[in-house]
Design a binder for this molecule. Sequence first.
Ligand code: UDP
Length: 323
Amino acid sequence: MNVLVTGGAGYIGSVVVEQLLKHGHQAVVFDNLSKGHRAAVAPEAVFLQADLHDNDAVIRALETHKIEAVIHMAADSLVGESMADPLKYFGSNVGGANSLLNAMLKVGVRKIVLSSTAATYGAPETMPITEATPQRPTNPYGESKLMIETMLRWCDATYGLRYVSLRYFNAAGATERCGEDHEPETHLIPNVLRVAAGKAEHVNVFGEDYPTPDGTCVRDYIHVIDLADAHILALNVLERRSEVYNLGYGSGYSVAEVVEMARQVTGRRIPTEAAPRRAGDPPVLIASPDKIMRDLGWNPRHSELDRIIESAWRWHVAHPNGY
Ligand code: UDP
């Protein structure tokens, strides 16, 4: 299939592109490089540097490359930043999706896989989170993705667009070529590894008084390869229907447990310091992945946290200054 990957130069996007190519698809990356890296894009993929808000550029990309389906990953995705600047998130995420969908419908492309997020659920009281758990986002980032999910539902009802929304939990780990390189880095595992590498003095632990066993936040960390694999399966669903799936393993680790595991994996000292809670962070997010396993036979192969951290560490050591 000819697939347009928006945000394909980003951390998760670049791995999705690798997996698409591995499965014999054609990948066309559409990325404005505001966050992504040209070097992250596999050489076999077509690369277009352009912005989603440029409707003509999207239409040109879809037509020129005879695109059959879109994997839409381009987005701003930082909870903390979204709390400080909500309109940035509604503008870039919701506005970007609106422009993309208009272009797709104009040229008759009616298949899309959306990177959605656990942040659309907010802070549910019962774990694990299933797809039927009510979505009540606690930050504008999650709200913006929920709005895009809603747009897709209406586009299905009205225009016959088929979509699969994949609600990611915490993507982590690396492949040999692709790893996490954000500026500024806000995610836990790369920040922990920066300390292990001696590039920062300590890890800030954002909140130690959450209602969790050790007081730090619990997340469901999923290897980026398992995450990317689900996109390939999702493309097949688009032939038949629209769907929503959670993507996580169903097991959670606290911030303190991640730091401890990173100490074991790297053999380095990793000092921590207590810091205030980060606005918008729910205490616990753990997925139920039952639906995607049952429906699509998604079979994660990289679920051990030590292996996830080890892959990220290997990439970090090989790319000490990022891409
Ligand atoms: N976190 C932390 N220190 C850091 C980065 C993150 O304590 O330097 C915590 C953060 O508050 C959250 C968890 O680690 O509870 C995972 O955060 P991350 O930003 O990696 O992912 P998110 O869950 O926000 O998507």
